[in-house]
Design a protein. Structure first.
Lengths: 451, 451
C-alpha cells in the first residue's frame, strides 16, 4: 500500500511522517530484528535532507566530528549508548586510545574530541589522546575556548601494540577518517581492537558502496511498512576513470547525469512535483563537503573552468578524485531563523543520541551546506529524538525528529552491512576481531561472581 | 584506604560523594564486568536513604509502580533502556502482555501502568493489559485524570499459553508483585517468557535474602574503591517464627534488636556520630510500606498494644507475617520544600532511567515515608542521573544523583544475583527460559540479511 501524495510541500511531508509514526511499532521491531543480525558501528552521524515529498540521508559519516554541537540534554543518552557500545566491544575494556584528526588549529574540532573523551570516561574508561602529527613529540596540553582542555600525546608503537607513554590501551578509537590512507603506525595492530575497523576509513570507503547497500535495505524496509522506497532513498549512478584536470571520463559523466535526471523527472511526474530536478556530483571517497558540485543538466559538468575543475579534482588530504558518485539532489525545506538548514543525526551503537541543524545563511535550499560559513544549531525540541509522542500533533518537534531518527538508523544499518561486506573484500585486513581476548579472559577470572 | 570522616552531617556526605565521583571510572568498569556475569532484572526501583555519613538502599522493588512519577525528561532514557531490555530478552518479541496489580481504583497506579505500556510500545512492542481481577470479564476502558487511558482485558488461558482475546504474547511482563501467591492462571506457562520470573514475586522473595546478597556485593565493591562497606550498607538481622498476635518470637526480636543496636552504636562511636541509633522492623516478605516499625530500644517491640500488633501482623493481600528483618535505621538528610524526603531511583535493564523524591510533610527524618500522605516530586535536576559532571561542584544535583545511581545499581545487581540464587532454590520453577525459541528461530529465518 502506498499512501497518497499531494504536490504541496507541507502536505506530503505530513503524510510521510504520519505514516512512519503510525508504523513506529513495526519499525522498532524491524530494527530490533536487523540489529540481531548485524553489529552496529561504534558511532556515526547522518546528514539528512527533507524535501517534503522525500526525506533521505545524503551522507553517512563513520568518524563523526560534531559531538560538541550536541546539546547537553543529549549527554545522558550518549553515555547510556556509549555504555552499550563499550559492552558490545569488550566488557572488560579499561583503557581506550582516541586518535583524532590532525586539525590541531580547529578549536571546534578539538572541542568535539574533548566531549567524546568525556563521554567515554563516563562509561568507566580511561581515555588518552594519541596524535598522528609528527610535531607532537611530547604531551601537549591544549586549552579550548569553552573552558575545557585536552592533552595530545605522541603515539608509542611497541611491537604490534600501540599506545602513548605509560598507557597500553585495549582498544583504539579512530576519530580520524584515514582519508590519506592508513599510516604505517596503525598497520598490523592485531592485538588491539581498532574502532571502526581500518577498512571503514575513506582510503577504502566508497559513497557508492554505501548507497547501494542503503538501497537494498530501504527496499526491504519499505516493503515492511508499505511505502515507495524512492520516498526515502536518493537514486544514484557511478563513474570511474575520472580525471577532472585531464577532462577524462566526461562522456560517462554526461551519460549518467542525463540518465539520472531522466529518472528523477519520471518520478517527479509520478508524484506531480513541479520542482526542477538536480543531481549532486561528489568524489566517491570524499568527505568534509569537498569535491561536491550541484548539476542541473549534463552540460554543467563538462563545461567546467579551470577553477571548478581544480575544486572537483582534489579532496581532503590532497587525494585526487578518480571516481564520482552522481546522487539525486534533494532540496531541504527546513530552515532555522530564515537560513537554509539540514538535520544531522548522531548515533552510538544502534541508538539515536542527538543531533543538530547544519545552517548556512548564504546558501540555497538546493546547495551543499557543508561549506565554510556553516553554523550549527541544537535541534529545537525538548526531548531527544528516539521516541515519538502519539498524543501530540504531527508537527510536534519530537515527532518530526523521531522520523529523522528512523531514516538515520536506516543509513547506520547500511553502514553496518557495508563494513561487513568491505571486510570480506579486504585481503589486507589486519584488524583484530578478538584483540581483547587475553584481557577479557583474565578479567573473567578476576571479576567476583555472586552466582 | 578509608577516607576521613567528620561528624558534621554535610561534611561526610561530601566526602562520600566526592570519593564515589572520583572513582567513577573504576565504578563504571566494575559494573560493566559485573553485568558481564549477571543478567539484570527487566526493571526495578530502589528507595535510598542518605544520612550524610551513610548512604544506602532501604528497599529494592522488582515490580516498580511509579513510572508516572518520572519526569518526561527521562522518557528517552527509559525507551533506550527498554530497547536494551527487550533485545536481551528476545530480539524478535512482538507482543507483550502486561499484568498489573489489582488496584483498579488507584488512578495513580493506573497512570503508572499506562506510562509503562507507552514506553514498551515505543520499543516496537504491541502491548495489551491482562487483568487478574475476576470482575474484568470484558475489555474495560479506563480514563485517567492525566488524559491518558487504558483498556483492561480478561486473561485467556489456552493450554500452557496465556493471553487476552485475539492476542498471543511472546512475553508476559508482571507489574504485579504476587504478594498473595501465584494465581493458578500464571502456573505452568512454559512456552512464554515471564518477566520477572515468578520466583521474584513477594510470595517467595525475602528482604533478608536480598540484604545478604547486597552485603556480599558491597564488600567486593567497597574493596575495589577503598571504602568501609558499612558506609553504603545497612546492617541487618532476621527473626523467624514470629506471630505478632500470639506474641510468639518476642525473645528473638528482643535479642536481635539489642544486638543490632549495639553494632550500630559501635560504628557510630567509630565515626563519632552523635545521633541516636534506631532499627526498622519489617515483614521479611512485605511491601507497600506495610508491616514496618521504627524501634529505638528492644522494649519498643515487645510492648506493642493490640492496634500496633495488628498493624505489624498483616501485610499486603492479607498475608500474615511470620518472618521479620531488623534493618539498621538510616535517617534521611534530604528535604524538599521543608518536608522530609528520600530519593527513589528507577532502572531498566542495567541502566538508571530516572527517579523522584518521596516526600512526606508529617513524618520525621527517622520515619517510614512510604505511608499514606506521601507525595512524589521529580528529581530536581536538569540532566538525568547516569552521568557525573566533574566540572561542577560536589553539591551539583547531577553529581549527587550520579552517586544515588551508583548505590541503586548496587542494589539492582544484588537483586540480579538474588534471582539467580532463588531460581536454584525453587524446585517448582516453571518459568520458561527459552519460551521465545520457536518465534526467534522463525524470525531469524524471516529477517532479511544483508551480509
Amino acid at each position: 500500500m502506498n499512501f497518497p501524495v499531494t504536490p504541496a510541500l507541507s502536505g506530503p511531508l505530513i503524510d510521510l511522517e504520519r505514516h512512519l509514526l503510525d508504523c513506529s511499532t513495526t519499525i522498532e521491531r524491524w530494527f530490533r530484528e536487523q540489529w540481531h543480525h548485524h553489529v552496529p558501528p561504534f558511532y556515526g552521524s547522518v546528514d539528512l535532507r527533507n524535501a517534503g515529498f522525500k526525506l533521505a540521508p545524503v551522507d553517512m559519516n563513520l568518524f563523526p566530528g560534531g559531538f560538541n554541537n550536541l546539546g547537553s540534554i543529549f549527554l545522558p543518552l550518549c553515555v547510556q549508548a556509549a555504555q552499550a557500545a563499550v559492552e558490545r566491544l569488550c566488557a572488560s575494556a579499561r583503557r581506550v586510545l582516541l586518535i583524532p584528526e590532525n586539525h590541531t588549529r580547529n578549536q571546534f574540532y578539538l572541542q568535539n574530541v574533548s566531549r567524546l573523551a568525556d563521554i567515554l570516561r563516563m562509561t568507566g574508561l580511561e581515555v588518552r589522546l594519541g596524535s598522528l602529527l609528527p610535531e607532537i613529540t611530547s604531551a601537549t596540553p591544549v586549552m579550548l575556548p569553552n573552558g575545557s582542555s585536552l592533552i595530545l600525546e605522541p603515539l608509542v608503537r611497541q611491537g604490534n601494540r600501540l599506545g602513548v607513554e605509560g598507557f597500553e590501551p585495549c582498544a583504539i578509537l579512530l576519530n580520524n577518517d584515514l582519508s590519506g590512507g592508513v599510516p604505517d603506525i596503525l598497520q598490523g595492530l592485531d592485538e588491539q581492537f581498532l574502532i571502526p575497523p581500518l577498512h571503514a576509513g575513506w582510503h577504502m570507503r566508497r559513497k557508492s558502496r554505501h548507497a547501494a547497500v542503503y538501497e537494498r535495505i530501504v527496499r526491504a524496509f519499505s516493503e515492511e511498512i508499505g511505502i515507495d522506497p524512492w520516498r526515502i532513498c536518493p537514486a544514484f549512478r557511478v563513474c570511474g576513470g575520472i580525471d577532472f584536470h585531464a577532462r577524462a571520463g566526461e562522456e560517462c559523466l554526461t551519460q549518467q547525469v542525463d540518465a539520472l535526471l531522466a529518472d528523477i523527472r519520471r518520478k517527479y511526474r509520478e508524484y506531480d512535483i513541479k520542482e526542477e530536478p538536480f543531481v549532486v556530483v561528489k568524489a566517491d571517497a570524499g568527505t568534509y563537503g569537498m569535491g561536491v558540485m550541484m548539476v542541473k543538466e549534463a552540460s554543467d559538468i563538462v563545461g567546467l573552468n579551470r577553477r571548478q575543475r581544480n575544486k572537483m579534482a582534489v579532496v581532503k588530504e590532497g587525494m585526487s578524485v578518480g571516481e564520482v558518485i552522481i546522487q539525486e539532489g534533494i532540496r531541504t525545506v527546513e530552515s532555522v531563523d530564515g537560513a537554509v538548514a539540514e538535520p544531522v543525526v548522531y548515533m552510538m551503537d544502534h541508538y539515536v543520541i542527538g543531533g543538530f541543524y547544519r545552517v548556512h545563511t548564504t546558501r540555497g535550499s538546493d546547495e551543499n551546506l557543508n561549506a565554510p560559513g556553516m553554523e550549527f544549531r541544537p535541534l529545537s525540541f525538548e526531548t531527544p529524538c528516539c521516541m515519538p509522542d502519539c498524543q501530540q500533533g504531527i508537527e510536534a518537534a519530537t515527532n518530526r525528529l523521531y522520523v529523522y531518527g528512523v531514516i538515520a538508523r536506516l543509513a547506520l544499518l547500511a553502514a553496518s552491512v557495508e563494513i561487513e561486506e568491505t571486510e570480506s573484500l579486504t585481503a589486507s585486513n589486519t584488524n583484530a576481531t578478538s584483540g581483547c581476548s587475553d584481557a577479557m579472559a583474565s578479567a573473567q577470572n578476576e571479576a567476583p561472581r555472586y552466582g
